[in-house]
Ligand binder design. Structure first.
Ligand SMILES: Cc1ncc(COP(=O)(O)O)c(C=O)c1O
Length: 482
């Protein structure tokens, strides 16, 4: 990919000459036609002053972090929640807004890493869950009409023959892989370099590894953390069908499953090239490999029936979580009958005390009722208007950046050329990305920490909310160029 030369003169305009394949037409990306590098001394000085501002305006969060660290490692309940010197501690949330312990109101564009698609305390979710609490119960560990009703709705919506509920994305991925192993009687896994899929051991291989540890781009070496028992995992670059073909030609007879996010949403947003997913499907078919689409992050945020249907490629299994549960711990895995039959005939055991409990099913029903095609299309339109407005700012200030959108999610990627795989992502401008994120946090707009996520327009965000993001991005552009 073309990268911004940090040392080149920021007064010189460069023309962006496309040399890359086009992205899937059901996705959105807008690249600048001309750009100028940013001045990295200026970025460094702005980052320093923004961190000072952060420290001054968040004393309550700092104090809370000191207390929390006494009992919680890093002072958080999941390491994703942490950032240095301390994350913002949140007191409450409603609609598109959260209130922190310093009394600030922040526009929430992180929305629980996309889990809060219907908004915080959406009245329909509150009503259904309250009814479950007052009239139904919280846990039966028996069959119940509520769980059956939801399974029928999920199968119809996502085009599945059979589905099982779990409590987290990690659990769903674990069982999807086990189902693939039981079905194929093979053990090895193929995963995408850099991809994150939760905590199950084989999927911990090469999750955002250091470049020094992973070999050359055309022959990546899996990076296995010491605490992980991964089994055999082959790592391939996203958007590289030739590499997948090579790996499957050599190892295909031992490979149970290929796990891939149809759109990668853990490296900002990385779109499939046109035809890539269809190519993956064909190669998996050729080698008898179960294709698992991890739709934990895409799911309903990608469209009414998820990313697979929007992009027109049907996997054998999908995993779902986050957006389907309205903020309660709901996840699922499901797909083709012949694969899911392993649960029926005992080739694979699937258990879980809390699976399909009526409290979570009540939230799922509310989400299912709320996430109509029209409601999701309206949120996507708000997202597209914001992305278009940010594109105008990028153009006006000739920023070395571009926007990417998928359904109700969007991001700014600090690179003038597209990110098509993990190595491209590692070549983006992380310093300016950090500034951009912190700039927002200091102006009461919370996008996810980590520089590798994306904002989410929930059903409760408005154009006026997204105008705040555009306004702050414009101010950042001015600060970078003044
Ligand atoms: C793509 C993807 N798969 C799986 C997971 C794991 O989900 P959970 O955190 O619910 O275990 C995540 C979590 O962020 C994810 O982004």
């Amino acid at each position: 990919m073309t990268t911004t030369d940090a040392t080149s003169d920021s007064a010189t305009s460069h023309t962006n000459t496309p040399t890359w394949p086009s992205h899937d037409p059901a996705t959105r990306r807008c690249l600048p036609t001309t750009f100028r590098p940013v001045d990295h001394d200026r970025v460094a000085s702005l980052v320093a002053s923004e961190w000072e501002r952060f420290a001054k305006t968040t004393p309550g969060s700092a104090e809370h972090n000191v207390r929390a660290r006494r009992t919680l490692p890093l002072g958080v309940t999941s390491s994703f929640q942490h950032w240095d010197p301390h994350p913002i501690s949140v007191q409450s949330a409603e609609g598109a807004w959260i209130a922190d312990v310093d009394g600030r109101r922040l526009l929430d564009l992180s929305m629980g890493f996309g889990a809060m698609l219907v908004g915080h305390l959406n009245p329909v979710v509150v009503e259904h869950v309250t009814r479950a609490l007052e009239e139904v119960g919280t846990l039966f560990v028996t069959p119940s009409p509520q769980a059956t009703d939801m399974s029928e709705r999920f199968c119809a919506r996502f085009g599945l023959d059979l589905v099982r509920f779990t409590n987290s994305g990690t659990e769903s991925l674990m069982y999807a892989i086990r189902a693939a192993r039981a079905y194929t009687q093979r053990k090895a896994i193929v995963k995408i370099e850099g991809g994150y899929h939760g905590g199950y051991d084989p999927l911990q291989v090469s999750v955002k590894p250091a470049l020094a540890d992973i070999g050359p781009a055309d022959a990546p070496v899996g990076d296995v953390p010491f605490d992980v028992e991964a089994g055999t995992v082959h790592v391939v670059a996203y958007n590289d069908l030739a590499m997948l073909e090579r790996i499957l030609a050599e190892h295909g007879r031992d490979v149970a499953a290929m796990v891939v996010e149809p759109v990668i949403e853990n490296l900002a947003i990385v779109l499939p090239d046109e035809g890539y997913l269809a190519g993956v499907r064909a190669l998996c078919d050729q080698h008898g490999v179960v294709l698992i689409f991890d739709e934990v992050k895409t799911g309903l945020t990608a469209g009414h029936a998820g990313a697979a249907q929007r992009l027109g490629v049907q996997p054998d299994l999908i995993t779902l979580a986050k957006s389907i549960g309205g903020g309660l711990p709901l996840a699922a895995f499901g797909g083709k009958r012949e694969v899911m039959e392993v649960v029926v005939d005992g080739r694979m055991a699937h258990f879980g005390t809390y699976n399909g409990n009526p409290l979570v099913m009540a939230a799922a029903l509310a989400v299912d009722e709320l996430c109509t095609p029209d409601a999701l299309a309206a949120a996507e339109e708000i997202n597209v208007r914001a992305l278009d407005a940010i594109d105008d700012v990028i153009k006006q200030y000739e920023l070395p950046a571009h926007t990417v959108g998928m359904g109700v999610k969007g991001c700014v990627t600090w690179s003038p050329s597209p990110v098509r795989n993990y190595r491209d992502y590692k070549a983006t401008d992380f310093a300016t990305a950090e500034l951009s994120w912190l700039w927002g946090v200091n102006r009461n707009i919370l996008t996810p920490p980590g520089l590798d996520e994306q904002w989410l327009v929930s059903l409760m965000h408005t154009d006026a909310d997204m105008d705040l993001l555009v306004h702050d991005f414009t101010a950042l552009a001015k600060a970078l160029r003044d």
